[in-house]
Design a protein around this ligand. Structure first.
Ligand code: G3H
Ligand code: 13P
Ligand code: ZN
Length: 325
């Protein structure tokens, strides 16, 4: 059994408390491989931002849960060494299970070094969601692990559950859910969605900040989470398409709206798609430009640099989490 405290992770309590008071959001970046993880840590250390490293069930299947655990532990150790060398502050890091869909998976994460888990019961009937989330909270809290719950359904694919339409979170339900389950944060549905195609052509790409305001009113000071918050940077869609890719009509969330959400009750913003897009666009470009290139370091290195730049910019310009350590 590996408990997060021994590895050097923190849970979300202190981070969300500070984020709420300081009117910013903590970035939650997904990783599946070494280059993504390096870029996240380097960007967050460079911008002196707290960070939530997110691991989905898909990531655990892809990279192997033991491998991922040691990569995350390595990330903490690398961050501490670099902070010392650069004479800057070490940054608080959370290891979070993204979209946990069962008690067993959350229990496994709690006992293998995660400091925060999500139980995503958003596709279940309300009472079942309450019951399962509460069970995870009771188990996780005994070990100081934070729990995120979800109410409302995002369009797109959440792990293996696909929904074509979103069902916005009902502000009338949130207080009861938080009280009955004891969750530490709540993911809500206000028009964000997973993936690279968040809005159909012709639709004004807006999220429902009015619903967020209503939720913040009934849950004053309570940390809210936004999933599906990639902004799908158009310069990278262009780079991807220019190098032979086909991502017509890919569109993400307006960064100004994310900035407004981060200034209010939103304390955690999830980004996965942008990391995938930036990495793949740069790999495509590198391989396209030099047909003889076959050393992975020659194309993964530039992809990692592009990722680091993208994460740093987000911390500074969108989340406002820079300098908050
Ligand atoms: O919310 C979903 C995340 O982007 C994780 O995606 O299940 O393909 O790893 P994944
Ligand atoms: P994106 O697909 O918008 O990056 O959302 C990621 C996410 O919500 C991970 O849980
Ligand atoms: Zn998500």
């Amino acid at each position: 059994m590996y408990l997060y405290q021994k590895i050097g992770f923190v849970n979300t309590a202190g981070l969300f408390n500070k984020a709420m008071k300081g009117a910013y959001a903590v970035p939650a970046y997904n990783f599946n491989n070494m280059e993504q993880l390096q870029a996240i840590v380097l960007a967050c250390l460079e911008t002196q931002s707290p960070v939530i490293l997110q691991v989905s069930r898909g990531a655990r299947d892809y990279a192997d849960k033991t491998m991922l655990f040691y990569m995350a532990q390595g990330a903490v150790m690398m961050m501490k060494r670099l902070a010392k060398e650069k004479k800057i502050k070490p940054i608080p890091m959370v290891l979070h299970l993204d979209h946990g869909d069962s008690f067993e998976l959350c229990r496994d994460a709690v006992n293998s070094g995660f400091s925060s888990v999500m139980l995503d019961g958003s596709s279940l009937p309300y009472e079942k969601n309450v019951q399962l989330t509460k069970k995870v909270v009771e188990y996780a809290h005994k070990k100081g692990v934070s729990v995120e719950g979800e109410l409302g359904v995002l369009a797109g694919v959440e792990e293996n559950i696909k929904s074509d339409v979103s069902r916005y979170t009902d502000p009338a339900q949130v207080k009861d859910f938080v009280k009955k389950t004891g969750v530490d944060s709540l993911a809500i549905s206000i028009g964000t969605s997973h993936g690279a195609y968040k809005f159909k052509a012709g639709v004004i790409p807006k999220i429902r900040l009015d619903i967020l305001a209503k939720i913040a009113k009934v849950l004053p000071g309570f940390p809210i989470v936004l999933h599906g918050a990639s902004s799908v940077p158009q310069n990278y869609v262009k780079e991807f398409n220019s190098a032979g890719g086909k991502m017509g009509g890919a569109i993400g969330i307006d960064e100004k709206q994310l900035r407004a959400a981060a200034r209010s009750a939103v304390c955690k913003i999830n980004v996965d798609t942008d990391g995938r897009l930036v990495m793949t666009a740069r790999v495509r470009k590198m391989l396209n430009e030099d047909k003889k290139m076959f050393d992975p370091r020659k194309y993964l290195g530039p992809a990692r640099d592009a990722l680091q730049e993208m994460y740093s910019r987000k911390n500074k310009e969108v989340f406002g989490s820079n300098g908050k350590v």
